[in-house]
Structure formats: structure tokens, C-alpha cells
Design a protein around this ligand. Sequence first.
Ligand code: GMT
Length: 363
Amino acid sequence: MRIGMVCYPGLGGSGIVASELADRLARRGHRVYLFATELPMRLPEGSPVQFMPVELPNYPVFPAPLYTLALAGALERAIREESLELIHTHYAIPHAVAAELAAEGRIPLVHTLHGTDVTLLGIDPAYQTLTARALQKAAAVTAVSQNLAQQAQRAFGVSPQVIYNAVDTERFRPNLEARRYYAAPDEFLLVHASNFRAVKRVGDIVHVFAKIRQKLKARLVLVGTGPERAEALSIAHSLRVDDSVTSLATAKNPEAIIGAADVFLLASEYEGFGQSGLEALACGVPVVATRVGGVPEWLTPEVGRLVEFGDLEAFAQAVVELLTSPQLEQMRLAARNHAQAHFNPELITDQYEALYRRAHQRD
Ligand code: GMT
């Protein structure tokens, strides 16, 4: 099939999911065109996917570059010139509307909802009506968790099929030999990785870490960067734990450090899924996370702990209990097995392929 895939190229999980899916589909023999404003960071090197840059011409008359129109134009050209047979967008805003503008009913559209495109932007009156209309007209809508599918029903009046995210367990694997680069032999190594947006509550992670430090010797490595990074580091300074916190802003190979951790921390206010936590499980690293959004759908008691959002005391307590538990080693094995068994990339690609076939037949 000739598939146009659309995503944001940056550090966000939706771009990762889209790029890796595009790559796997192309390796199965589909012709896949990946549309984004820059080469997506996690598109594997040497991938057979054809990157289609979305140029953003700006003119002084525009208040800002017209991304939706530029993307719609690029998709429309590819429908004619590359004979696209289906478009699959990741993150509904504004991709669902742009694809609808481009296709005008000529080819089926599939949209995958990821999180804040429903819970934050999806309820903003500036975007809600037209996005709902585009999603309702699509051949298929998917969501990355049951929780997000329910939220989408309320926000947009659609009933998405749930297709969970996958994790590449070849790439995300235990890496305990690297532990010595990040922590002293007598320190536990705790890791958080994200795009440091407000919803990730990285400040809470630092507060939790300060509580853990009162009980155990530990080091916190913060992987990635974004708007809240400076604030998180300033909290570490004010709580006098900055000498035990390492910030690694570049995240080209997050698996190298995640695979060396004892426990992975995720304190988000909401997660449509929580891809970084699943990547930690694949590395054999148990996760302590807030009970929000789609997180409880992959974080079971055998592989980690759920705590109520905002209860920092309980969060710290759960981490200390895990680190000192005789079951930690068993949990590490269970974490990797769980990721391999339930979030296998090939099985998840099968689900998308089946969906594309149905969408095409329906059209
Ligand atoms: O997590 C982010 O801030 C970025 C965002 C995105 O769309 O790039 O991530 C969302 O999609 C990921 C992939 O499906 C999910 O794992 C994240 O949970 C989701 N983020 C939120 O819902 C906050």
C-alpha cells in the first residue's frame, strides 16, 4: 500500500510511535511517505521510509507560518503525484483537519490520538469543533489506551479502536554495565526521561527524590529537555540535592541510560499512554508512576507501582520499598517479559495493517 504518515518530528511520544511504525511498514514492503517539518528524531538510520519535508513559507502578512495549510498542500500533492492510497496521521491537532482538507474523500484517512490532542487541545474551543468533524468523517480513529478512547468519546463524539504503543525490545534492553558511568557503587540509580512539559511534573520528581535521599543513597538522572527543565534544576538546588542530580539534555540514545537504572520515575498529571515508562520496562527497569490516563493499562503490580497523582510522600515510599525489596530482581525480569509479550512491535504493526485493509475496503 502507498501510505502517507504524518507526525511531529520532535521529542514527543507521538512522533516516536509514528516514525517507528512507518519504518516497520516500509520494511514489510509498503511504500511509506513520512510528512513532518523536520526529519523525525527517532526515524531509524537507513530506513526505507521516504521523508517528505513540510516546508513552511512565511510572509510578513501572516501572523505565523500556516502549518495546517502547508501540510494539507503537501499531502494533496502526494495524493496526486505519488498516488497515496491512505493517510495515517498521529496527533489529531491540526493533522486530522489538514488531511481532510487534502483528501476530500478521495482516499481513506486514519487518525491516531495520543494524549494532549484530546485532553488539552481537544477541549479548547479554538480547535474542538473542526477536529471533531474531521475525526467523525475518518475511515478509522485509534487511541493509544482505553482511557484515552473514553476521553475521545467525550471530547469528539468518536469511538476509537484501541491499539497500544509498541516498544523495540532489541533497542531498549538492560544495560547494567553502564551503571558505573552514572552512579557510585553504593548509590541507587533513578531515572526520569521526558520532554519536560508542565504535564510531566518533573518538579514533583525532584521533590520525591529529595525525600528518597533522606532514606537512601541515590542519584537521579533527568534525561531530555523542555520548558520545565530549568525550574526542575532550580528545585533540586533549593532542596540541596543538586549534587545528586544529573541532567542529560541530549536524548539521542535514551536507552543507554534508562537500561542502567534501578527504578524509572513518571509523575505525570496525565499520560495518554506513557511511552517512556514502557521503554523502561523493556530495559528491565521497574517503574513507579502516577495512576493517570493509560498508565495503569501497562503498569501492573508485577512490574512496578502506581501512586495517586500529587501524593509525593506515597511516591517516595513506593520507590524506597521497591529499591529495598528482595523481589526487585524478579521484577526486573518480569518487566522485560511483560514488554516483550504485550507490546511487541510486529504484533502491533499487524493490527495497524489490518485496520488499513478494512479502511481501504470500506472506502
Ligand atoms: O508526552 C508528551 O508530552 C508528548 C505527546 C506527543 O504526542 O508527542 O505524547 C503523547 O503521546 C505518547 C505516544 O503515544 C504517549 O505515550 C504520551 O502519554 C502522550 N502524552 C500525554 O498524554 C501527555
